[in-house]
Write a protein that binds this ligand. Structure first.
Ligand SMILES: Nc1ncnc2c1ncn2[C@@H]1O[C@H](COP(=O)(O)OP(=O)(O)OP(=O)(O)O)[C@@H](O)[C@H]1O
Ligand SMILES: [Mg+2]
Length: 295
């Protein structure tokens, strides 16, 4: 199972057991939460689960979802199907209230022709994806009996993804390694880079990636050999000039959304050991200063 979903073996083993059981019984899968950073594979995993179970997956993006959107999605589901709620921490209170009786007794309470009415709904599974597990109300969080926490991918898993997405295009180990180093460990970045590689090589009529091609691609994508872009450098440069800075200050000085700094840029800069985050704010480390000087 899950041949094209690379890594996350701890999750795939568990899911294989659940899916095998569900297939041999009338029971749907338990409601699940998938947690992990942006681009790590939450949506892909939810779709892979539906495919392995052989059921339909109806997706709903919680951000701005209305009651109508939710009801429409639910009415489209049969027993064992999956309702995938992306960014589930952003679901509004009203929709969470609608989901409680659905989860506990498969009953939808809604106004029908002006009258509060009960409808029996299918016995489906909710899979929620979130980058912010802590933002879910506890009572709602507790309804999810299984939490699948995506782990960081290993170098060899990232290399396997790179090979998979390059398809028929060839790259030696040095080139594969170079792509992995640019990826910040994020599968979505790997697919972005490999797409650019394929388009670029196709335009040249080549099928093998060389160092000079990758240099051009780094230029197009605006990233360096370790995947840092202008914004990352702006953050480092600003922090090198001040003792420390709060997220709010960084966001306003650099005109970047705080959420992007927090979710996209900081995690990797912290992982590299270039910046540190504490209650006092963000600080550049000696390694971060050295990297700026060396570049
Ligand atoms: N484990 C994996 N194996 C192979 N490919 C993967 C894996 N995880 C992610 N990908 C690829 O990376 C891309 C991004 O993954 P996905 O959209 O599932 O991330 P996400 O966690 O849902 O991100 P977001 O939080 O931004 O919604 C997908 O196109 C998918 O093909
Ligand atoms: Mg997603």
């Amino acid at each position: 199972m899950f041949e094209k979903y690379i890594g996350q073996d701890h999750i795939k083993d568990l899911l294989t057991t659940f899916i095998t059981y569900s297939k041999s019984s009338t029971e749907p899968l338990q409601h699940m939460l998938i947690t992990g950073g942006s681009g790590l594979g939450k949506t892909t995993l939810a779709n892979a689960i539906a495919k392995e179970l052989g059921v339909k997956c109806v997706s709903l993006l919680a951000t701005n979802a209305s009651e109508d959107d939710l009801i429409k999605a639910i009415c489209n589901l049969s027993d064992k199907d999956i309702l995938f709620i992306d960014e589930i921490h952003a679901l509004n209170k009203k929709l969470i209230e609608i989901l409680f009786p659905i989860i506990s007794e498969h009953i939808l309470y809604t106004k029908y022709q002006g009258v509060m009415t009960r409808f029996r709904v299918s016995n489906f599974t909710i899979i929620g994806a979130t980058t912010h597990e802590g933002k879910l109300p506890t009572a709602f969080l507790n309804r999810f009996t299984v939490t699948l926490n995506l782990k960081p991918y290993t170098e060899s898993e990232l290399t396997a993804m790179t090979k998979l997405y390059l398809g028929q295009y060839k790259a030696d180990d040095t080139m594969l390694n170079a792509i992995v180093n640019m990826s910040k460990g994020v599968p979505r970045i790997i697919t972005n880079i490999t797409n650019s590689v394929k388009i670029y090589l196709k335009s040249l009529g080549k099928d093998t990636l060389e160092q000079k091609d990758l240099k051009m691609i780094q230029m197009f994508l605006g990233v360096n050999d370790i995947g840092l872009n202008n914004v990352d450098f702006e953050i480092l440069r600003y922090l090198s000039k001040v003792k420390s800075a709060s997220l709010k200050t960084l966001a306003s000085v650099l005109s970047i959304e705080a959420i992007n700094i927090e979710q996209i840029h900081e995690p990797y800069l912290i992982k590299l050991g270039f910046i540190e985050r504490s209650s006092a704010g963000r600080t550049i480390t000696d390694a971060g200063r050295k990297y700026l000087i060396d570049k």
